[in-house]
Ligand binder design. Structure first.
Ligand code: NAP
Ligand code: MG
Length: 402
């Protein structure tokens, strides 16, 4: 069989622990036998990040800017325990945070639907994609405990020293107070990423805030979205036959519960944090979820939504058998290969990506799956496979399709 040829390299970001183990098996079994893989490899494993003083993470993000598409393995975000475990020079920052700061994007997460693993919400026939704004609000707040009676004010001092004041509250006893911010530039990027992604997927876009109560803060989000939509996207949406729809967050939640799915739900930072966990747990597992960072400049970085599955890795190191689900990592590869195929006009690559995804789904639907899925499936006669044999079973399905 002739391997599919690529023209532009994919930026490949390797990672840590169990997902690094899966990464190699996925390449050996599911990618390299079929695709003449052109990739620019960056080792984001913690050992090499430490060796390069984290320069490799920045280099990989710059390469992504250059080529437009990356696929990323899950990586360790160091904490105190990792400092000792890996003898680190510094507690390096989260690679996802570093990459996001360089690419400036929005994260889109979609459950992977499989027959036999049904969402708890019965009417969700199609997946719901969450688009989470990943800057500001409560995640970059300033807060205080108020010990007793007194006045709290917001004070803005402009470049010339002029002050604008707004009373938050006049306390007559103890309490708490919090200040939040966001930046128009970041909200604009968020809006454009969402509109572009909706056009990409040809799905409606919903956006919701609490603008009736937050008449300046949330209303600014609503206005920026409306303004950009009107000026830049209205015609494109009409041509694509899709809709942009704004409503109040409580109305959105009520509608989502009754909806069929098949749309993108753009959420402010906190709403996205909470709602994406609701959607993923209602749909089964983080290992059955795709995740892609889309920058306003149209750059794509595909990853799995879960971490490095540390507990399984320690078992693996002890020579014990693991049953780690590789679907989200395989879908990161298929997503990146498909996007490369679209950008470089290689239909065979897009077709391969479609088949690879179908092979994963068909394998599970035929009853062969990892332990996490076996625990929640409605299918009878399930065969629980170990990490490697699950990938080999997908290869068998794939070979029959090609
Ligand atoms: P995790 O790797 O997502 O794993 C948490 C638990 O979820 C696992 O112990 C396992 O449950 C289950 N699980 C997750 N993915 C699975 C899969 N593919 N197949 C089967 N079960 C799966 O989260 P963590 O253990 O909290 O974090 C480990 C490391 O990952 C940390 O160092 C963290 O910094 C990093 N992390 C990286 C990313 C990223 O790069 N995107 C994201 C999150 C966390 P059972 O043990 O019950 O089987
Ligand atoms: Mg969360």
């Amino acid at each position: 069989m002739n391997k599919i040829q690529m023209t532009t390299p994919l930026v490949e970001m390797d990672g840590d622990e169990m997902t690094r183990v899966l990464w190699q098996i996925i390449k050996d079994e599911l990618i390299c036998p079929f695709v003449d893989l052109k990739s620019e490899y960056y080792d984001l494993g913690l050992v090499y990040r430490n060796e390069t003083n984290d320069q490799v993470t920045k280099d990989s993000a710059e390469a992504t800017k250059k080529y437009g598409v990356a696929v990323k393995c899950a990586t360790i975000t160091p904490n105190a325990a990792r400092m000792d475990e890996y003898d680190l020079k510094e507690m390096w920052k989260s690679p996802n945070g570093t990459i996001r700061a360089i690419l400036d994007g929005t994260v889109f997460r979609t459950p992977i639907k499989v027959k036999g693993i049904e969402p708890c919400v019965k009417n969700w026939k199609k997946p719901i994609t969450i688009a989470r704004h990943a800057y500001g609000d409560v995640y970059k707040n300033a807060e205080m405990k108020i010990p007793g009676a007194g006045k709290v004010e917001l004070v803005y001092t402009d470049a010339n020293g002029n002050e604008t004041r707004e009373t938050v509250h006049v306390f007559d006893g103890p309490g708490v107070v919090q200040g939040q911010h966001n930046i128009n530039n970041s909200i604009e990027s968020f809006a454009r990423s969402c509109f572009n992604y909706a056009l990409d997927l040809k799905q409606d876009l919903w956006f919701a805030t609490k603008d009736t109560i937050s008449k300046k803060y949330d209303h600014t989000f609503k206005d920026i979205f409306a303004d950009i939509f009107e000026k830049e996207y209205k015609d494109k949406f009409e041509k694509a036959g899709i809709e942009y729809f704004y409503t109040l967050i409580d109305d959105a939640v009520a509608r989502v519960m009754k909806a069929e799915g098949g749309f993108i739900w753009a959420c402010k930072n906190y709403d996205g944090d909470v709602m994406s966990d609701m959607i993923s747990s209602a749909c089964g597992s983080l290992a059955m979820m795709t995740s892609v960072l889309v920058s306003p400049a149209g750059i794509y970085e595909y990853e799995a939504a879960h971490g490095t599955v540390q507990r399984h890795y320690y078992k693996h190191l002890k020579g014990e058998e693991t049953s780690t689900n590789s679907v989200a990592t395989i879908f990161a590869w298929s997503g990146a290969l498909r996007k490369r195929g679209e950008l470089d006009n290689i239909p065979a690559l897009c077709d391969f990506a479609d088949k690879l995804e179908k092979a994963c789904i068909d394998t599970i639907e035929s009853g062969k799956m990892t332990k996490d899925l076996a625990l929640i499936t409605e299918l009878k006669d399930v065969t629980v496979l170990n990490s490697e044999n699950f990938i080999k079973a997908i290869r068998e399905t794939l070979e029959k399709m090609l």
